[in-house]
Design a protein around this ligand. Structure first.
Ligand code: NAD
Length: 276
């Protein structure tokens, strides 16, 4: 069977676990060589553990088993110098970057009304979930424009399209990311570089990819995970949580040449949640 990403090099941020790992695996199955970035350590101000160094290495190992080349680089998307250095190393190793998946994200602060959010918490959220994506775009945009090809996928959220009570920081950052997607799509359209947003609904915490965002959000709202899951199942017209591979498959399509005329678009994978 033809591999849809064969010959391409993809950078994926936040790849240690969760949707980043699911995307890395799906990209590897489709033949892409990978540059995986993750902070791979905890972050002061985020009240739950982030991806660990061993989870990060495990993602890489699983991808290598699928026969592709993988470069891992511990990189904090809040730091422009680290991002630039990671991209330079990637270019030295692979010669080009065809795909960038801006997936790294945090879901804190959550469970707070706007006036209860500290300034530091607000700034951290914007720094990771919005400015982090801008930094990686800043690092690869010129390069993709010069090679006159590329696909940038910004993993936003349904929170980039509608509001959620007690999630002002996350909602603002993800709305910002959708806006950034549209603006940057116009910047690079003449250079044939495509930029799209992928908006997942509520994704099941899958043990294979060690996802934990849903349970962390439930914890911040002080409700049992099963109750939180049920709330989302009821809210999603297709009556099911989204699976990590649903997001990974959409990312593969946006990365592949099958979507060559798609740019500036916002693809929801949310079981119809935002349709009503
Ligand atoms: N899981 C969901 O239900 C859901 C729904 C909608 C959108 N999303 C979005 O999908 C993306 C992935 O979410 P997930 O559920 O896999 O979360 P997750 O917490 O399991 O994984 C996020 C990864 O990003 C990394 N990361 C965090 N801050 C970083 C930084 N500063 N620099 C580099 N890496 C950093 C973490 O270490 C972790 O490995 C996020 O952007 C999230 O907002 C998730």
């Amino acid at each position: 069977m033809t591999q849809r990403l064969s010959g391409k090099t993809a950078v994926i941020t936040g790849a240690a676990r969760g949707l980043g790992r699911a995307s890395a695996l799906a990209f590897a199955r489709e033949g892409a060589d990978l540059v995986l970035l993750d902070i791979a350590q905890d972050l002061s101000g985020v009240p739950y553990p982030l991806g660990s160094a061993s989870q990060f290495e495990y993602t890489a190992e699983l991808c290598r088993e699928l026969g592709v080349s993988v470069l891992t680089q511990q990189t904090d998307v809040r730091d422009m110098r680290e991002v630039k250095a990671a991209v330079s190393t990637a270019v030295e190793r692979f010669g080009r970057i065809d795909v960038l998946v801006n997936n790294a994200g945090i879901a804190a602060p959550s469970g707070k009304a706007a006036h209860e959010i500290d300034e530091d918490e607000w700034e951290l959220m914007i720094d990771v979930d919005l400015s982090g994506a801008w930094r990686t775009i800043r690092a690869v945009g010129g390069l993709m424009a010069a090679q006159r090809s590329g696909s940038i996928i910004n993993v936003a959220s349904t929170a980039g399209l509608v509001g959620y009570r007690h999630f002002a920081g996350y909602v603002a950052a993800k709305h910002g990311l959708v806006g950034l997607t549209k603006a940057v799509a116009l910047d690079y359209a003449p250079s044939k570089v495509r930029v799209n947003a992928l908006c997942p609904g509520s994704v099941r915490d899958d043990s294979q990819v060690e996802g934990r965002m849903l349970s962390e959000i439930a914890r911040s709202l002080d409700v049992p995970v099963s109750e939180h899951e049920e709330t989302f199942v009821q809210a999603q017209p297709m009556n099911a949580l989204i699976e990590p591979e649903d997001i990974a498959s959409a990312a593969v399509w946006l990365a592949s040449d099958e979507s060559r005329q798609v740019t500036g678009s916002v693809l929801t994978v949310d079981g119809g949640f935002t349709a009503r």
